[in-house]
Write a protein that binds this ligand. Structure first.
Ligand code: ARG
Length: 360
């Protein structure tokens, strides 16, 4: 246990301190300090600087993320001192407001205290801070099918949605091994974008919308052997996430047949490529709507170019870029990006963000 923590800690501190331009003496002093802490308590505490740089390194090492060009622009909010549901709720509201920034999205992470034991932990149950509910009804699925189990959990806790396709779920916060608490997000904090098309008017009649900021809340940030199991983070959307997956997947909002219908294209023959044509217009609509609403978004061609610059930067810094090709290629026109034509080594470098088991 101690061995392993010390191993992880020292390897992190060495890389981190070297990147931050610290002297050998500073590094050795810090390592001695950490060794002492680990020996007496099986734990050690990161300085704010280590926490902040560690969270950025974790983004840099996120093999599935095409947006890593901006890794060192992450805004890190240290909330490790919070111990009540009330304070944690306020910090989450603050994250939503600060990150959204009236549409000019700021990549942000809020880090709560790391897990020490079952009796000493903060856990956020949400997959994303803002997410639409999903209900299984006799007439089929209502809302976002990917939220069904979490929506059920919220209902068990006493929450009730309005039963629309776009009910924003409450925040669910759990302290230690106590009962989780749900809190509705004030409407004034939630920015959403109605989806319209620059020239196909029928789009409005689909009454589609999506929320502005994807804030992942259920991943664990691991830095130097310490597990930050509650550390919600966000960037801005790439249009395909919404237009080619959330609204298009047959297991999600499944909108391609309806988009084809407002475009008046024949859906009887695959050879007419109606899905592809609907997909392009849906993605065009998402791009157009976010821009018109003044909400940050990137298209997949620009994102791929930025990723190429990230690869160049990393090479000049003497680091290897790791990546997960299957995730890095965009789901629309992948072969038009350089990523499609390269191979990436999908090895796990730490610090990093990891999936964890659902608490419900
Ligand atoms: N794909 C997820 C979604 O559609 C969001 C994942 C994070 N995306 C991002 N651009 N930072 O909600």
């Amino acid at each position: 246990m101690k061995e392993k923590l010390w191993h992880e800690a020292s390897s992190f501190i060495q890389t981190c301190y070297q990147e931050l331009g610290k002297s050998i003496e500073q590094t050795e002093n810090r390592l001695r300090e950490i060794k002492k802490q680990i020996d007496t308590s099986c734990f050690y505490e990161h300085t704010e600087e280590e926490l902040s740089h560690g969270a950025k390194m974790a983004w840099r090492n996120s093999n599935r993320c095409i947006g890593r060009f901006f890794w060192d622009k992450l805004h890190v909010v240290d909330q490790r001192n919070l111990n009540t549901v009330e304070d944690i709720k306020e910090a989450l509201f603050h994250h939503i407001e600060y990150a959204t920034n009236k549409g000019n999205i700021r990549p942000t992470i809020t880090i709560f205290k790391p897990k020490k034991s079952l009796n000493n932990q903060v856990r956020i149950w949400n997959h994303q801070l803002i997410r639409y509910a999903g209900y299984e009804t006799e007439h089929g699925i209502l809302g976002d099918s990917s939220s069904i189990s979490f929506t059920n959990a919220c209902e068990k806790l006493g929450w009730k949605g309005n039963g629309t396709h776009f009910d924003v779920l409450p925040l669910v916060i759990q302290l230690n091994n106590e009962d989780p608490v749900w809190v509705p997000i004030p409407e004034s904090l939630i920015v959403e974008v109605p989806i319209t098309h620059p020239f196909i008017e029928g789009f409005q009649d689909l009454h589609l919308k999506w929320y502005a900021v994807p804030m992942i809340a259920d991943m664990k940030l691991e830095i130097g052997g310490i597990d930050y199991i509650a550390s919600p983070f966000n960037g801005w959307y790439m249009e395909t996430e919404i237009g080619a997956r959330n609204l298009a997947d047959t297991t999600r909002y499944n909108m391609l047949p309806k988009v084809a219908s407002i475009m008046e294209i024949d859906t009887r023959l695959n050879t007419h490529l109606w899905k592809d044509r609907a997909l392009i217009e849906l993605n065009t609509a998402v791009m157009h709507s976010y821009k018109q609403a003044g909400v940050s978004i990137v298209d997949h061609h620009t994102a791929a170019n930025q990723f190429k610059r990230f690869e160049k930067n990393e090479e000049s810094s003497g680091r290897k870029v790791t990546g997960d090709w299957v995730w890095l290629i965009p789901p629309v026109s992948p072969a038009t990006t350089h990523i499609f034509h390269k191979q990436y080594s999908n090895v796990d470098v730490k610090p990093n963000y990891y999936y964890q088991e659902k608490p419900y």
